[in-house]
Design a protein. Structure first.
Length: 87
């Protein structure tokens, strides 16, 4: 997932704003997960827990460690709906 194109780089800039309060390693992990979602490569995400919400085909909840992100994938774009730190 290291082969980034121009669309991915623009997407990373928007993701940086949303993930500003996280540690750098958490930020990188979430960026890779969101890019994987956008590309439809959910199987390559490793130990990250990705769940599709019931009755919705476009909203996912992603959890890794103490970070949970709820996002919507619409028309090839990923929109972050919520970013939470779990206790």
């Amino acid at each position: 997932m290291n082969d980034l194109n121009q669309a991915d780089i623009g997407e990373l800039d928007r993701i940086n704003v949303s993930l500003g309060g996280l540690k750098p390693e958490q930020r990188l992990l979430i960026k890779n997960v969101l890019i994987g979602l956008r590309r439809g490569e959910l199987s390559k995400l490793g130990d990250v827990e990705v769940k599709k919400l019931k009755d919705r085909d476009d909203i996912y909840r992603i959890r890794q460690g103490a970070v949970r992100v709820t996002c919507q994938v619409k028309n090839g774009q990923v929109h972050i709906l919520a970013l939470e730190r779990l206790k």
